[in-house]
Design a protein around this ligand. Structure first.
Ligand SMILES: Nc1ncnc2c1ncn2[C@@H]1O[C@H](COP(=O)(O)OP(=O)(O)OP(=O)(O)O)[C@@H](O)[C@H]1O
Ligand SMILES: [Mg+2]
Length: 355
């Protein structure tokens, strides 16, 4: 081939706090960052994973893409929250075709929604460890209505939605690409977003446990609002100021942040305990990888390490991605890195239509 076609899609992560866009260049195994940007959304634009204010989100995407001078049209985006259910189930041994025929029936027992309202997908993990006549399967159900809402958002913003993924799968993708060859067997990916915290446990790279906690870093902002009678914007600034300066003026603010964060830390610990106590595996989580803006909360790494007794670190979604010093402010990229993890995982998806 004379010309290498660019096989990447634009990664668009529509979070409830920020919209993030990542564009990579490359095909094969080496990628270069071509574009990155994020834009804040009004607090009520996405509530509990549901699109509430289409206009605000569309204009945030349009403006962001214009500022970044994005030319590419084909997008990979993702969904999270209660519209997505990822569950490990056990089925009698059967081939893939038989599962396809029976998965609807099976799913009715595991999904709290009308089965006609969701898109189903599955992945066979392999024989069950305790009963070899059974096998483990990962069941994925996503509400059709939510997929539609996200497709419309992307189209309204003038882009072509090619793939609608799931946030946590994109995060897995990002981790796999950047941490290839890590020797840890069981790791927990913990994404602390604005309104949602997602815990995904990978056993040799395969999801074996998944849980959402329905609060995130915004809880901390709200706590600061209450405690210091601030509006949302000023409380956000206070939170970020505390995160960014080691010598904080407001010790009160710092302790309020730590207090508010503790409930999230505690829930993370409980979810991991639940995983350890369930019969799912003998193994234990060897490392926690934090992502999302909540990973930037002061003291949160230490707090999670202390609570769980598990080594914890913040993800670097650009670890194996080439970033030109001429094109980007590396300090800025380092600062926002944990928030870019999902979008980077999306941007790493191949455009199957381009051959
Ligand atoms: N420097 C910082 N210090 C503390 N918190 C921060 C900092 N930067 C961002 N945050 C917080 O991180 C959150 C945004 O993180 P992120 O972009 O991962 O969320 P999101 O993907 O938009 O939300 P969700 O996934 O919950 O829908 C906001 O609540 C913001 O206040
Ligand atoms: Mg998010």
């Amino acid at each position: 081939m004379l010309f290498r076609k660019d096989k990447t899609l634009l990664g668009l992560n529509i979070g409830s706090g920020y919209v993030k866009l990542v564009e990579l260049k490359g095909s094969g195994s080496v990628y270069t960052l071509n574009n990155f940007g994020m834009a804040a959304l009004p607090a009520d634009a996405i509530v509990d994973g549901t699109v509430m204010d289409t206009t605000a989100i569309v204009s945030a995407i349009v403006n962001l893409a214009a500022n970044l001078k994005i030319k590419k049209k084909r997008i990979c985006t993702s969904i999270s929250g209660h519209s997505v259910i990822v569950k490990k189930i056990t089925l009698p041994l059967m081939d893939e075709n038989t599962i396809e025929e029976t998965i609807h029936q099976e799913a009715t027992q595991h999904i709290p929604y009308d089965i006609n309202d969701v898109n189903l997908d599955f992945q066979i993990l392999g024989p069950n460890q305790t009963n070899p006549e059974n096998m483990d399967v990962i069941l994925v159900a996503v509400k059709k209505e939510t997929i539609n809402d996200y497709l419309l958002l992307v189209e309204d913003a003038g882009f072509v939605p090619v793939v609608v993924d799931v946030d946590t799968f994109a995060l897995e993708n990002s981790y796999e690409y950047n941490y290839e060859g890590e020797d840890k067997k069981i790791i927990a990916l913990v994404d602390i977003g604005a309104n949602l915290t997602c815990i995904t446990i990978l056993d040799e790279g395969v999801t074996c446990f998944s849980r959402n906690i329905t609060s995130g870093s915004r809880l901390i902002t709200e706590q600061l609002q209450k405690k210091f009678s601030l509006n949302y914007e000023n409380a956000e600034l206070l939170k970020m100021g505390c995160a960014n300066s080691s010598k904080t003026k407001g010790t009160d603010a710092l302790s309020a942040i730590n207090e508010a964060a503790f409930s999230i830390v505690n829930e993370i610990g409980k979810a991991i305990d639940f995983f350890h106590n369930s019969a799912m595996t003998e193994g234990r989580v060897e490392k926690i990888i934090l992502s999302g803006g909540g990973a930037k909360t002061p003291n949160i790494v230490q707090s999670i390490t202390k609570n769980t007794n598990i080594e914890t670190e913040i993800i670097d979604p650009f670890r194996n991605i080439i970033i030109s010093e001429k094109q980007f402010d590396l300090e800025y990229i380092k600062t926002i890195a944990p928030m870019a993890a999902v979008a980077t995982g999306l941007a790493l998806r191949k455009d199957e239509a381009v051959r």
